[in-house]
Write a protein that binds this ligand. Structure first.
Ligand code: B12
Ligand code: SF4
Ligand code: SF4
Length: 325
């Protein structure tokens, strides 16, 4: 069986994945009390699916009853581009610069599913990339892809954290990998730098304070509370601050996927251009991009929030309201 696991890993490399690991499919018993506490404290905000699918997220056999193993893949998305913080522009988070990762990663994972069915006839497998009730980060940690950083992302000493995860639940019995140690040490750079205090304690994120949540996940008609609006730090869609400051991202690995390069070289958008865009322009421009998730209304709301926050800060004496943790 070792050789089949090795063959599988080699196959994953040929598909363009930067790392692959295996975890045993079993209930996430150690993680369960923390997950329940996270829900109890309302840190999932309006992402009610996190509550609805709680049981499945904590037990992969409720998703695929025959599951024996979980294959976890990582694919890097960083490019040589860097944000410039131009006045009048809003920053796009790195993961949204290129093509939608679901469209790139899922077909590769489907190849893995087909490969398993060919190698072990009768195998049942299901692939997900942020598309199902699976705790991808916890499986990545268990499969040795990296450790969970204090910013709650999975980090690797050889890749940094700018990578997407994908998983295949399978009835194949593969050889599991070992988790890696936590190399955050005494560092608290991400907690200190988060503009809105969303990292309420090491390894715990409160979505109700996270810029990524507000700019990507909320409905267009939702107006940001002042504690968010005044601290957007120029982010129009998503937020990379807690990863940008991470010392391990000095060792980040650039992507080999041309699809993740910024579309038209754009990593920031002019707020005025966003505010004057019509539905057809939005549809054409962001077809196949993660940004379409925000919808035109959401992107324009974000631009409006940024524009008015900039006006307020010009008028104020520069003292930010208290947003301490
Ligand atoms: C919901 C969600 C969000 C929410 C909530 C984020 C969060 N931290 O949970 C929001 C909208 C805010 C979000 C933002 C982002 N997301 Co997101 N998101 C998800 C999603 C769908 C589920 C994550 C989840 O299970 N959350 C539940 C909470 C409870 O999990 P947790 O944070 O890991 O919590 C655990 C820890 O707190 C731990 N814990 C508590 N105390 C302690 C103590 C110690 C010592 C340890 C080790 C652990 C620990 O216990 C908890 C339970 O296990 C996943 C895809 C998936 N299906 O898994 C993508 C995913 C996590 N997101 C991803 C990305 C890229 C992002 C952004 C970078 C996008 C952006 N640039 O704006 C930001 C990053 C923000 C951040 N700092 O986390 C990637 C992360 C890849 C990676 N390298 O880790 C994923 C995996 C998608 C993918 N397929 O690639 N996301
Ligand atoms: S994504 Fe931004 S707002 Fe969210 S925890 Fe990280 S630094 Fe804070
Ligand atoms: S910034 Fe420091 S504490 Fe935060 S994830 Fe990176 S190494 Fe860990």
């Amino acid at each position: 069986m070792v050789s089949l696991t090795e063959q599988l890993k080699q196959f994953c490399q040929t598909l363009g994945f930067d790392a692959v690991g295996i975890a045993r499919a079993e209930p996430l018993e150690d993680e369960q009390p923390r997950y329940d506490e996270w829900l109890r404290l309302g840190y999932h905000a309006t992402m009610h699916y996190m509550e609805r699918t709680r049981d499945k997220r904590l037990d992969p056999r409720l998703v695929l009853p025959s599951a024996q193993s979980i294959i976890v893949t990582a694919i890097t998305y960083d490019t040589p581009y860097r944000h410039t913080n131009k006045p009048g522009y809003g920053k796009l988070s790195r993961y949204s610069w290129g093509s939608d990762y679901h469209d790139i990663v899922l077909p590769k994972l489907e190849h893995v599913v087909e490969w398993l069915a060919k190698m072990i006839p009768g195998t049942e497998s299901k692939a997900y990339v942020d598309t199902g009730p699976v705790m991808e980060k916890q499986w990545a940690r268990r499969a040795g892809i990296g450790w969970q950083g204090k910013n709650t992302n999975i980090l690797s000493r050889s890749m940094g954290s700018f990578f997407f995860l994908g998983v295949v639940l399978t009835s194949a019995s593969l050889v599991p990998d070992q988790p890696v140690a936590d190399y955050c040490g005494t560092c608290t750079a991400c907690l200190d730098a988060c503009p809105t205090g969303a990292l309420v304690e090491p390894y715990v994120l409160d979505s109700t304070r996270c810029i990524s949540y507000w700019t990507i996940e909320t409905k267009p008609e939702v107006v940001f509370p002042d504690r968010i609006r005044h601290h957007l730090d120029g982010w129009l869609f998503g937020c990379d601050v807690c990863q940008d400051v991470c010392p391990w991202n000095r060792f980040r690995k650039e992507t080999r996927q041309p699809e993740f390069s910024p579309r038209n070289g754009e990593i920031e958008l002019a707020l005025e251009a966003v505010l004057s865009m019509d539905a057809e322009q939005f549809r054409q421009r962001f077809r196949g991009s993660p940004i379409k998730r925000a919808k035109l209304g959401g992107l324009q709301r974000n631009a409006q929030m940024l524009a008015t926050a900039a006006e307020c800060s010009q008028q104020s004496d520069g003292h930010a309201p208290d947003h301490s943790r």
